[in-house]
Write a protein that binds this ligand. Sequence first.
Ligand code: FE2
Length: 172
Amino acid sequence: MKLKFLPTTIFRETPKVIFFDAGLEASNGCDIVIHSEEAISPPDDFNDEQYYVHYHQIDHNLVITGERTFVLINPSWDETHHVIYLNRSMGALEIPIETYHRSISGKEGSIVLNQSKRDQFFDASKEFIPHKLDKLSLIKARKSPPVYWIWENDQIKRFRCNPLERKVKTLT
Ligand SMILES: [Fe+2]
């Protein structure tokens, strides 16, 4: 499964200033999701993880500040489980319809711009309801070993083992 990351166009970057075009032609929604500290969208319901899933909206999530870890689950894909350590350099992560997804920030929090594409049947009262993984296919997908996506050496790389754990191991 090849995930799509839509690049931004950087106009100017100095050590303290970055100025870039984040516009996406295809989008007709412009949502900001701010995690002011450690947070999960949507939050756990007691011990159960919860996810968003859209039927009339494609997400394009671009990190503006900080880092955000996205988890994507889609039983119809050949690789059903993905963990993406998203930062601004990676561009806007596309989340196709019917993909269960949640995002997690570390202690510093993060700000994400979601330039979504909504169709004519979009209804905000239905699209943003947290769901549990309540089907066998979803539980199976969640338990399958994820594909990890990270930004390394100025490019997006995918791994079968968690590269961050590998780094920790290397360091100790
Ligand atoms: Fe979403």
